[in-house]
Design a protein around this ligand. Structure first.
Ligand SMILES: Nc1nc(=O)c2c([nH]1)NC[C@@H]1CN(c3ccc(C(=O)N[C@@H](CCC(=O)O)C(=O)O)cc3)C=[N+]21
Length: 286
């Protein structure tokens, strides 16, 4: 058996076409959504992600506000840029690209963002809303994973899902998202303290690998016919490598690959968060 591909690139293109129409409708009401990005330092990976986000914005009709700071930027300089975007009416949503370099603290920076402009859904107030099942922007990668599974007909209600990785941007919020009433999945969250990861992944209908360890999940760890989602991205000289070993394709029913799976969906959900918020602003002003 060879797994079918959960094609995030194709689905992201469909979602961007939908967003383009919503942005055109906003333009007719005199509103242009604007996405800001704050990038500190010169990590090539981070630069390539941020460039991708601005290309997406151009396709959909969202204005881009790009802020770049040198790796040597102080906390005060970063804070000033975040406060400037908080106050800028042309910016309807923005992100601070993570991880921040040097001694700059990711959680500190996330807490400075106006929660109403938090396009990443990672401000503590918005993570709190997720815990409380209240409406708010959702973290882009978890939202993209749920959307990728849903729109390909993968049943979440009642499914046993094993998430490997407990990071702030993926594993932990994904567990919260999947256990909402609207998703109704049963989640096992594995991490570096888990004694026998394979025992958990083998029981799962859906395995989501978000540990950032290349080839961590191998075919023998997957129940035949399970759905496997790769969220790991490691840059090697051979290109991008995910957390799923290629052998997984021989046992799984569906695989979301790296590249072309969750990454493009993450970017599409960032745009969705920006458009959602611009529409709410427009409705409130009407
Ligand atoms: N505040 C913040 N928000 C983020 O959402 C955020 C972040 N910081 N820091 C880094 C991670 C990583 N991330 C990716 C997004 C898209 C692709 C993506 O489009 N990947 C393509 C390949 C791109 C390539 O070739 O480099 C793919 O998988 O097909 C990858 C990774 C967002 N992140």
């Amino acid at each position: 058996m060879t797994a079918q591909i959960l094609d995030g690139k194709a689905l992201a293109a469909t979602i961007k076409a939908e967003l383009k129409e919503r942005v055109a409708a906003l333009a007719a009401r005199g509103i242009v959504p604007g996405l800001g990005t704050v990038l500190v330092g010169d990590d090539p990976g981070s630069h390539s992600y941020v460039a991708g986000k601005h290309r997406d914005c151009a396709q959909v009709g969202i204005a881009s506000l790009e802020v770049n700071l040198p790796a040597s930027a102080s906390a005060a300089e970063l804070q000033a840029e975040i406060e400037r975007l908080n106050a800028d009416p042309a910016c309807t949503g923005f992100i601070v690209q993570l991880p921040l370099p040097g001694s700059l603290d990711d959680n500190w920076a996330l807490g400075l963002v106006d929660p109403g402009k938090d396009a990443d859904g990672l401000h503590p107030a918005n993570l709190g809303r997720l815990v409380l099942s209240e409406p708010g922007p959702l973290p882009c990668t978890p939202r993209g994973i749920v959307e990728l599974l849903r729109r390909n007909g993968v049943e979440l209600a009642g499914a046993e899902v094993c998430v490997v990785g407990r990071g702030t941007t993926v594993g932990r919020p994904l567990g919260l998202l999947l256990t909402r009433k609207s998703e109704n999945a049963t989640v096992t969250l594995c991490h570096t303290g888990t004694v026998d990861v394979a025992a958990h992944t083998r029981r799962a209908d859906i395995v989501i690998a978000a540990a950032g360890r290349p080839g961590l999940v191998t075919a023998d760890m997957v129940k035949p016919g399970a759905v496997c989602v790769d969220v790991g991205i490691t840059r090697t000289e051979k290109g991008l490598v995910g957390d799923l070993d290629p052998s997984v394709h021989e046992v799984a029913s569906w695989v979301a690959p790296v590249p072309g799976g969750v990454g493009p969906m993450t970017r599409a959900m960032l745009l969705s968060n920006v458009v959602d918020r611009a529409e709410r602003l427009a409705d409130a002003a009407a």
